[in-house]
Design a protein around this ligand. Structure first.
Ligand SMILES: [Mg+2]
Length: 211
């Protein structure tokens, strides 16, 4: 029986891939080091900003002493962009409402900083349907480590076998699989609707128990 559904945020509940790319690039451009969109999607998507900056220092010699400043600018730009563009999406609100009405626990587990997750959940009208938010500031290791999902399951008293995780990219999918929970891989926020989630739950519950 599935008793809880855990959602990644970016690329699952919020169409924020470009927002993070633009925000980081606005910061990097100040130092003449913008990155192109394909490189961002291929290498950086889904990673915390601090990890992205570490990678840029290794691969392109971005001075480490700029990390703190770049991170602050990036986070401020993310807030500005999200405030401009983040709006409620009916299919997502409906999906979470339906899952809640079935008694399921719901959490968002995101590699973003807490301020961004809280802001985007509020602007998208999803925050009243959430039992919990786990941000990268609430764990010692971000995704692809499973700690975020393990934290949510422990807090919500969910076993991995009772949990479904929705994820969209490699780092997140690796984290979800390593947590031992069931995984639903989506191509983007447009794939996240109640019927699809309910169908996945039917499949899981119909499968023979192998453990
Ligand atoms: Mg994602």
């Amino acid at each position: 029986m599935i008793k809880g559904v855990l959602f990644d945020m970016d690329g699952v509940l919020i169409d924020a891939k470009d927002w993070h790319y633009e925000a980081l690039n606005d910061a990097l451009r100040l130092f003449g080091m913008p990155i192109d969109r394909d490189a961002h999607l291929a290498t950086f998507d889904g990673l915390p900003t601090r990890k992205k900056l570490q990678t840029l220092s290794k691969s392109r010699g971005l001075p480490m002493r700029l990390h703190e400043f770049l991170n602050t600018i990036k986070q401020n730009r993310t807030v500005e962009i999200a405030t401009e563009r983040c709006r409620p999406v009916f299919q997502h609100r409906f999906a979470l409402q339906q899952l809640r009405s079935r008694g399921m626990k719901i959490a968002v587990c995101s590699n973003s900083v807490r301020q961004s997750v809280e802001l985007m959940m509020k602007l998208s009208g999803l925050d009243p349907m959430l039992d919990m938010i786990v941000s990268n500031e609430d764990v010692s290791k971000p995704k692809p480590d499973p700690e975020m999902y393990q934290t949510a399951m422990a807090h919500l008293s969910l076993q991995p076998a009772e949990t479904l995780i929705l994820e969209d990219n490699d780092h997140g999918i690796a984290a979800a699989r390593a947590s031992g929970a069931h995984v639903m891989v989506v191509g983007g926020p447009e794939d996240v609707h109640y019927q699809a989630i309910a169908q996945r739950i039917v499949e899981i519950e119909a499968a023979p128990v192998t453990a």
